[in-house]
Write a protein that binds this ligand. Structure first.
Ligand code: ADP
Ligand code: MG
Length: 641
């Protein structure tokens, strides 16, 4: 497996799926595509969004009335004005009623935008999780778990604030700016031009700042993913076992420290980007009224009748209204750039192909109607080559074609021309040295990988023509590495059959020679097995796994027998359990136990991805080939001992 440290972003996941790591400098077009994808997630909430927009427009337009009222009041009261008391009541009354009404509408609007925001986030998270569930096994063997977790947690979470807060504030600020500018223009166009002359410059600087922000945002998310991967790898049970037993804790801490510091630095950078720029805008807006007074004053002194004292006050008030939303709008542009970087990371996963999917005409199989015959017909398969190995791949392919020795770093074909037939109810044993392709062959049956040539079929139907879901029901696995959830034994068993009765569960556990042991546990079936079942011994875990598959009751059983040395008691218990498990099903067993091999209807001897010999135990022994050799090396001691 190839892993990339440092970069982290693509998670070492390359070779046809997500393509290369996302470019920090966006290519034209990709931005539009991201926006289109984002719009797709908002589309279902169109009506509500429009309503929110209307509410925002109402609050904002009402807000601009206040400064105008101010002008009217001042001009009413000034010497030379009408000094009308009734008018004053009306004007001040409006100044009281309007803010109350706007605040209420504002709260309502922010509630609605939060609801929509959270729904969109929920849709996004769910889409990501659902998509990842259907990704092929290959994706998971080539991507770090922490990286995946980080995209679901940190990236979706990072987008959240932008979606819930920013989207609404963009519209509100935009409307505020627009209405304010209109009001300013109505009051006096010369003062307006003076106040807004520098806006294009600000807009340009903001655009630049936004770009940098986006880059920093991408780096920050990568760093978070790296941290999450480090944590996941080093603080899991297996990780901590490894680091404790190798005395590598200092090194782990150092790795974490370095990444944590990097993240801290990046976040400071992210926070500080554009701070000087916003300070500049702030200063500008503080100074601006002086210029307004200067120009307006000169106009009044010069005898301009269009400008009154009321105009000056209203104008500077309007101007101060502009500062906050404009600053925010400029900032929002920066924030949106950051969020787009997160969206890119999410969409990068969402756009990966599933590779192994149901054919349009795939059939549904009911396990009851299956006989469970398995056939491999001239099957060849190679593991997809990761991008990092691509450079060497052509050379390896050439070597293979010319019949030269293939460089050992790459094995172009994990399986070559495999043909065999497992009749319903038969036991087929696969034997061969480690790395000969036994496990790989079994992975092709439930389509964990697809064949490159030839076909695998169950009851005469090509597995690629069977719905994946029903394939999952028909085929059962007991593997070397037993995976249990951090939950009770009962819950782990029910995973195979959610509606299993307690009686069925006990029958299965008894058959798996595990019932007695479970009843001895402190909480019986409710005992929590611990992270990945670490509270159980290897043999016990395997027996739970056997009971789980017994409950599932698949037609085709695949056994990857544990090579781990179990004590004789466990060994005997597991053998008995396995025997009961195999009864009445087609079994393909990767056999390390002599007892399984002796009972096999057919033994396939594999070497370097090919079937070298096949037959019964006696036939193969008489052959005096690879099997005889393996038998003498591996099993004679076991048989005599
Ligand atoms: P066996 O089960 O007989 O010990 P496997 O089927 O596990 O052997 O492996 C067959 C070959 O395929 C080995 O050379 C192994 O290195 C290679 N291989 C196994 N898994 C992968 C994978 N996910 N990606 C690339 N190569 C793999
Ligand atoms: Mg194996």
């Amino acid at each position: 497996m190839t892993r990339r440290r440092g970069g982290g972003g693509g998670g070492g996941w390359a070779g046809g799926f997500g393509g290369p790591e996302p470019d920090l400098t966006r290519r034209p077009g990709t931005g539009r595509k991201t926006l289109r994808l984002i719009a797709g997630f908002f589309a279902p909430y169109r009506v509500r969004l429009t309503f929110i927009g209307v509410l925002i427009l109402i609050t904002v337009s009402v807000g601009v009335v206040n400064p105008i009222l101010l002008k009217l009041i001042i001009d009413n009261l000034l010497p030379g004005g009408p000094r009308d008391l009734g008018l004053l009541y009306f004007q001040t009354g409006l100044m009281i009623v309007l803010p109350i009404a706007t605040s209420a509408v504002g709260v309502w609007q922010s509630y609605l935008s939060n609801v929509v925001g959270q729904r969109v986030m929920n849709d996004l998270r769910l889409a990501l999780y659902t998509h990842l569930q259907r990704m092929p096994l290959r994706f998971f063997t080539e991507t770090r778990t922490g990286e995946i977790q980080s995209r679901i947690a940190n990236d979706v979470g990072g987008v959240q604030s932008v979606v819930t807060d920013t989207a609404a504030s963009v519209l509100s600020n935009f409307a505020t700016v627009a209405t304010t500018i209109i009001a300013m223009l109505i009051l006096d166009w010369r003062l307006t031009v003076l106040s807004l002359g520098l806006m294009p410059v600000f807009a340009y600087i903001t655009f630049r700042v936004g770009k940098v922000r986006r880059e920093v945002s991408t780096l920050t998310q990568r760093s978070m993913a790296e941290m999450s991967a480090i944590t996941e790898e080093s603080l899991s049970v297996s990780g901590i076992l490894l680091s404790k037993t190798f005395g590598q804790q200092e090194a782990s801490i150092e790795r974490f420290r370095a990444e944590s510091q990097r993240l801290g630095d990046l976040q400071v950078r992210g926070q500080m980007i554009g701070r000087w720029f916003f300070a500049l805008i702030g200063t500008f807006f503080s100074i601006m009224p002086a210029f307004v007074y200067l120009l307006a004053g000169s106009l009044i002194i010069g005898g301009d009748t269009n400008v009154s004292i009321g105009t000056i006050v209203a104008f500077t008030t309007l101007q101060s209204r502009l500062f906050f939303p404009l600053g925010q709008l400029l900032n929002v542009q920066v924030e949106i750039q950051g969020a787009l970087a997160l969206f890119d990371r999410i969409f990068e996963y969402l756009e990966m192909e599933h590779e192994i999917t149901d054919a349009p005409d795939a059939v549904d199989l009911s396990p009851g109607a299956m006989r469970g015959g398995v056939r491999f017909d001239h099957v060849s398969f190679r593991y997809p080559v990761a991008a990092t190995q691509l450079e060497v791949a052509p050379e390896a392919a050439a070597a293979e074609a010319e019949g030269r020795a293939v460089p050992t770093a790459i094995q172009p074909f994990a399986l070559t021309n495999i043909t065999f037939n497992a009749e319903p109810g038969q036991l087929v044993a696969l034997v061969g040295q480690s790395g000969s392709g036994k496990t790989t062959s079994t992975y092709l049956i439930p389509r964990l990988y697809d064949v490159d040539a030839g076909s695998v079929s169950i009851d005469g139907i090509d597995v690629r023509g069977i719905k994946l879901e029903s394939l999952g029901r028909v085929v059962g696995f007991v593997t070397q590495e037993t995976y249990l959830f951090h939950d009770s034994i009962l819950a782990n068993l029910r995973y195979a059959k959610p509606d299993a009765t307690m009686e069925e569960i006990e029958v299965a556990s008894r058959a798996a020679a595990m019932h007695e042991r479970i009843t001895e546990l402190p909480d019986g079936y409710d005992t929590v097995v611990g992270e990945r079942g670490y509270k159980l011994s290897g043999g016990e875990k395997q027996r739970v796994a056997i009971a789980r598959v017994l409950l599932k009751d698949p037609r085709v059983l695949i056994l990857d027998e544990a090579t781990s040395a179990l004590d004789t008691v466990s060994e005997r218990l597991i053998q008995a359990a396995l025997q009961r498990l195999m009864e009445g099903r087609t079994t393909i067993a990767i056999a390390h136990r002599l007892s399984t091999i002796l009972r096999a209807d057919q033994i396939l001897v594999m070497s370097r991805g090919r079937i070298l010999e096949r037959g019964s135990h006696d036939e193969l022994l008489r052959n005096e080939g690879l099997y005889a050799k393996l038998y003498h090396e591996q099993f004679v001691t076991e048989a005599s001992g």
